[in-house]
Design a protein around this ligand. Sequence first.
Ligand code: ASP
Ligand code: MG
Length: 609
Amino acid sequence: MALIVQKYGGSSVADADRIKAVRDRIKRTVDAGNQVVVIVSAMGKTTDGLIALAQSVSTNHTPTLIEIAAKEREMDLLLATGEQVTIALLSMALQEVGQPAIAMNGSQVRVVTEPNHTRARILYVEPDQIKAALALGKVVVIAGFQGVAIDPATGLPSTEITTLGRGGSDTSAVAIAAAIEADICEIYTDVPGILTTDPRIVPKAQMLTEITCDEMLELASLGAKVLHPRSVEIARNFGVKMCVRSSWLDDAGTVITSPRIGTGNLKSLEVNRFVETVSIDYDQVKIALLQIPDRPGIASQLFKSLAAQGINVDLIIQAVQETEGVNDIAFTIPQNQLLLAEVVTRGLEIGASLVTVDSNVAKISIIGVGMIGRPGVAAQMFTSLAEAGINIQMISTSEIKISCVIAATDGESAIAAIQTAFNVPVRSHQACEITSENSSDISPVRGVALDRNRARIAVQQVPDRPGMAAKILEQLVEQNISLDMIVQSQSDRDVNEIAFTVAIADLAKAETALKEYAKVLGYGEVSCDGDISKVSIVGANMIHQSGIAARMFSALADANINIEMIATSEIKVSCVVRDHQAEQALKVIHQEFNLSGDHAIEVPSALKK
Ligand code: ASP
Ligand code: MG
């Protein structure tokens, strides 16, 4: 007997027939000897409909902050009705066929959240009522997406209804699964599982039988179409096993695995620490190529030559350059490969004006799953390094990791500064790898994601001294702008370029904020580019093979696609390319790693945007 949480999304419960199909699946699961807790979304597009209704009664006067807060409270009352319809109907349908069931909304169960309307994070879920109902042989049907706010004055649940933000019922399901220690959390949706890439661009994208939580999070723009990222964060923090399956099929879908790392605290499910560990690697040498021509094929030639010698390149950074037509590329490698790498690099005729080598460097990284969408985390890291008087030479970020290259002599004080800032242990990150499949068959690249919704900002002539990256980021944090792919280039002058990508929607706001502070902080031009896209490869088993990044760069070069920015982490390589070449870039990379199957996987047109 297993304890199974099943979550059914809106399309899976869109009408009475779908609800009956879901009922039958639940009944079969119970009849097979399992205990079942079900989380549901609102039927079909109900939530959209409710939002439209709210808009139809509002005028277009500009509301005050107090008015906005008041409206958000009522919005939650309104939106929470959607899921309540589904739980009642599904519970009735189960009872009709003789299956005892009970429906409960978020406040009845006590899915207790922060007191933040329309975007509440879950604090904890009381397991007792759910367990009591299960013990009576009932199926417990719970409304997703909603909870009840904690009363900050008493620390007890209030009577205020909250919602978690659009798509939040996945997060409800995993939080409940963590609280009741379920054996598995099955997410039923209208896609058959997680695919290697977006099937609308690559029709023969294949389905993955297994993926790790880290990979899922790093594939953000791809994964988020199927799963609410916050749900994956909880699964990873609490070691909840998940799977994504179609509610129309009996196929197994994709299993999402997580290591049991045990940093989760059931009393603060979602407001867990954002940073889990800090690690430092002294076995690093930095090589920088300055002023190389900015045209397709350069990165490919460089990293192909290094890979051909079996050199394990760790961090790769290519930032934007102020001078048109040239780039700087910097990378790090292990100490013992320095001689070889230097010979290879200096022997290349790619037109670099200067090759510099620095073996007195270390890489300090923070790893955490709650960093996505919390721009303050990177800023805090840079600030604490600055306050310790440490200069950051290179920065590279991914969804779950931020790495800085610093002088090796600063290593100890850097670790101390970060430990105090985040109150985290020093530990090397144990990435969860794919193990259950036959490992020799596993492609080092598991998925390829395209994010067309990004814009690039480059801040030029940033004085090369401690604290600059932190100050620049602080301007953006204040505006609540999330940025990713922060790269700081290595330079031969006493100024650096710092470039990053933001959501297109935040571009104007970010530009204004940064231009305002140019004089005060002493940096130069702020250049913005909305015509770019970010394409990434992700794979947990990438670490064991050299030359993966080189293959990605070559595939782009062969298609004559110029790479404008590069950032890497252990399990991810991201490149910024021109937006008009973005789909082509995705196709050639997917092809390069042979990720296509021999037939297209049926994906209902309802594939979520
Ligand atoms: N019904 C909510 C929404 O549409 C929650 C969910 O479906 O996950 O956003
Ligand atoms: Mg959903």
